[in-house]
Design a protein around this ligand. Structure first.
Ligand SMILES: [Zn+2]
Length: 451
């Protein structure tokens, strides 16, 4: 609610520029915004541009020029004096769970209406942290995505996976022993009913579940190829899907022109996934040199998260989950070192679950990459590089156009930052203070310059 003060004027200012809703509820944005005198971080470079002017028309960046850009001064034009501040692409989080970031685990399988309202507010907070795009890697997110796209709720672009697909006892199977046995074709568990995760124990079942997510609009498919920390009956060392099951998922996704990403920690789980045609590995924290080399050679994406230690400490001492977390956490730093050593295509994300407090630190988690990367490298990862992985969704990309960069013709997701984040990446950790303007799709959602 703390945003109401400055959000309200920004929204009112945008209201007249929406014309009637189109067939799918998408709003037409006819706004023109001119940023004068900003220094641009383009999502790729190691330094800022000289003072530059950037013209946004509708949802696209139309012109970038050192020379003054002539415009018609009418009611739909907003002129912003950048004052030498930094203009950069909106941030992208490649491992987000929009429906699971804020609720408790118990709430997450509870009332669907309540959960969507909570997730809607969290989505607005996410956008107000400067995250204009998230790749959602598991959760019943299709309704929220639609509400954001149609302007019902303010939030980031969402690349949805829908339900994460797992096996009996795999990561994402949250059943208790008293829920066994599972009858194939029988009653679904609560988690399955709400579309959070789906259990599949044969290639045929995998195909059904993958196609169901694609039917609902999944832009990529998420499987869990090995054990996970927070699931009650999935030891870290196990490899879950058979290669035939993984191949069934890959084939179904590729028939739709998109790709499969898999949760995997161990060399065995990672290697089996790559052997089956998986294009992206989530986490990979326990990989060895040979596996890192394989990932690099095959051009596979590695989606890494600098998970904060508080997350590990959040699991009670003595619990199975804590023991698993203690096993996985030391691998985080090693995975980053290996990713750098072998020049692996590395995406960045947070994987915040069940914690509003941690979700609020999304930008700080990005800034923590300073342990391994220069600010420019970290910010390029969270913008231009992450967008390259988004583009792997091919025809299933819900937002065709260029993201993660400031260049002519790209989608206008922009942040005006007070200061130079390439000198001080910690500016990203305090978006309320340092992000003066947040624009998504050419629409200004926050503007604290024109008060
Ligand atoms: Zn996750």
């Amino acid at each position: 609610m703390r945003y109401v003060g400055y959000l309200a004027p920004a929204i009112l200012a945008c209201a007249p520029i929406f014309s009637a809703s189109m067939a799918h509820g998408q709003q037409v944005n006819a706004a023109v915004t001119l940023f004068n005198n900003a220094r641009v971080f383009d999502g790729k470079s190691t330094s800022l541009s000289e003072p530059t002017n950037v013209l946004v028309r509708g949802k696209l960046i139309e012109t970038i020029s050192r020379a003054p850009i002539p415009i018609d001064r009418d009611a739909t034009t907003t002129i912003i004096d950048g004052g030498g501040r930094t203009l950069m692409p909106g941030l992208i989080d490649m491992h987000w769970h929009a429906m699971l970031a804020r609720p408790t685990p118990l709430q997450a399988t509870g009332d669907v209406g309540f959960n969507n309202l909570v997730a809607g507010e969290e989505a607005t907070d996410t956008l107000m942290r400067g995250f204009t795009t998230v790749r959602d890697v598991g959760g019943p997110v299709f309704g929220l995505k639609r509400a954001i796209d149609e302007g019902v709720v303010k939030g980031p672009r969402i690349y949805p996976s829908g339900a994460m697909i797992t096996v009996t006892s795999g990561h994402g199977d949250f059943r208790q022993l008293t829920d066994l046995p599972r009858t194939i074709g029988g009653m679904l568990t609560r988690m399955e009913q709400i579309g959070g995760s789906m259990v599949a124990d044969s290639p045929d079942e995998v195909r059904v579940r993958v196609r169901e997510q694609l039917m609902q609009g999944a832009s990529q498919i998420k499987l869990t190829a090995g054990g996970g920390v927070s699931s009650p009956f999935s030891p870290i060392d196990v490899t879950t899907f058979t290669e035939a099951e993984l191949r069934a998922a890959v084939e179904a996704a590729e028939n739709w022109g998109t790709y499969v990403t898999t949760h995997a920690f161990t060399p065995a789980a990672i290697q089996r996934a790559i052997g089956a045609g998986v294009k992206c590995i989530e986490h990979g924290f326990l990989m060895d040199e040979a596996t890192a080399k394989l990932i690099a050679e095959k051009g596979i994406w590695l989606s890494l998260q600098p998970l904060p230690d508080e997350l590990r400490q959040g699991f009670p001492v003595g619990s199975v989950e804590r023991a698993k977390a203690d096993e996985v956490w030391p691998g985080i730093g090693r995975a980053y070192e290996l990713a750098k050593k072998y020049k692996i295509k590395t995406a960045w994300g947070t994987d915040v679950l069940f914690s509003r407090a941690l979700a609020q630190r999304q930008g700080a988690i990005l800034a923590s990459l300073a342990r391994w990367y220069t600010p420019a490298e970290a910010l390029a990862m969270a913008t231009g590089t992450n967008a390259e992985l988004l583009a792997l969704s091919g025809k299933r990309n819900p937002y065709p156009g260029k993201l993660g960069v400031v260049e002519q013709g790209a989608l206008a997701d922009l942040l005006l930052v007070d200061g130079n984040p390439l000198d001080n990446i910690n500016l990203i950790a305090d978006p309320a203070k340092n992000f003066k303007i947040i624009m998504k799709d050419g629409i200004i959602y926050k503007n604290t310059l024109t008060k």
